[in-house]
Design a protein around this ligand. Sequence first.
Ligand SMILES: [Zn+2]
Length: 492
Amino acid sequence: MLPNGREQVKARPPRLQYDVVMRGPLKFFLVLLVLALAGGAAAWLWSSRAEGPRIDLRQPDRFIGQATPLDLRVEAPGGRFARVDVTLEQGDRSFPIFTLAQPAQGEVRQESAERLFIMRKVGSREIPELRPGPARLVVRAARPLLFGLRQAESSVTRELEVRLEPPRVAVLSTLHYVNHGGAEFVVYRATPADVESGVRVGDRTYPGVPASGAGMAADASTKVAFFALLHDQDLDTPISLYARDAAGNEAAAPLEHRAFPKPFARSRIEIDDRFLRQVVPAIAATTPDMGLSTAPDDLLMSFLRINGELRMRNGRMVAELARKTAPQMLWTDAFQPLANAAVEARFADNRTYFHQGKEIDRQVHLGFDLAVTERIPVLAAHNGVVVHAGDLGIYGNTVVVDHGLGVQSLYAHLSSIGVKTGDRVEKGRPIGRSGMTGLAAGDHLHFTMLVGGHPVSPVEWWDPKWMQDRVLRKIAETGASGRAAGGGGGVG
Ligand SMILES: [Zn+2]
């Protein structure tokens, strides 16, 4: 046994040697395999954490109507997408809206190397099975990873409401008379109460607000709006009420009215070198971005840029202030004209400018020029809130007071300003002193009324009869009938 045992013991080493020799490459291979598996697992793990495409669903926001725009942007590195699918779900039904595999359903635009812009209409016109009520829009997107072995996914879900009934509008007030270059007021009903509505005059729109803003005891669907037939619009420009809901459903109704022509004056303005030397350098200093030259030979050219370019830019700045209007009527009766003032220029005066006998320019003067003794206190025409107090280009030192419902008053060329933006002012309160800052030859007050940011003739606003017939009467009449209608059964 022993010799055998020894032999056996002796016989083992070669086997061991054999093992070692043979297992060397195998072990190496195993290590590589483990490393590869670990690397693969790490890549797999990484890929499972990789973010899917970025989804930016801008529309629809809250509602789907008959034809609501889908506005969708998806973004992935290299612009590589495995899929983009949009579905609309209602109850247990699911309607495919868009799939990148068949992009013909919508319009797809490559916005950048990474980003796609997807557009189409969704609504009852495309999906007749849609019913009013809640719905859910789901966007699912994926991008390829690991040479297409995996995908990184992302999704966005938006809860929406399907609204198929178009909004309705109806005029409540009577006798709508509008002067060319003047304003008018309407009381109307827009349903459902939360739709955006107002008056459309040609291509201009004037948003309406709840009639409670005009002190009326009416339900939320009763609205009021001021609108204007601007001096540069035709006398027969169509005027209508509109309502548009967030689902894109629209309604319109013509607003029966009479428009009256108002002859606009024409005048001739002589520009002399003294005037150019007086106004051009001062305006150039307050508008450095225009790069106006004040060299003696360039004064006329700079004046023409001030009278054209700057006048237009200042008009847009004034129009912007309409956004700051209050949804309440802050005044109660006719506006206060500046006492003891001689009217120098009327509203919408067509001015032709001459320099050394030669016609150089034409502009419409959109305000009233009131000559006064120098530096007379300028009074607020009615109660309101100051929305601008400072330089305003051709208007020089200017104050704009908001009276609510889109109605504002503007006071220009002031020598000094006594109020600041945000101040509440009362009718007759001094807001500054007259002067000749901006494009003014002498001390005067340039005054205008604005409706929705557009200059309108102030004469109407000074007239107690106009205020009574055009505004206060309608509030009293429709306010009463609105209460009567509401009293029946609390409709709306
Ligand atoms: Zn003026």
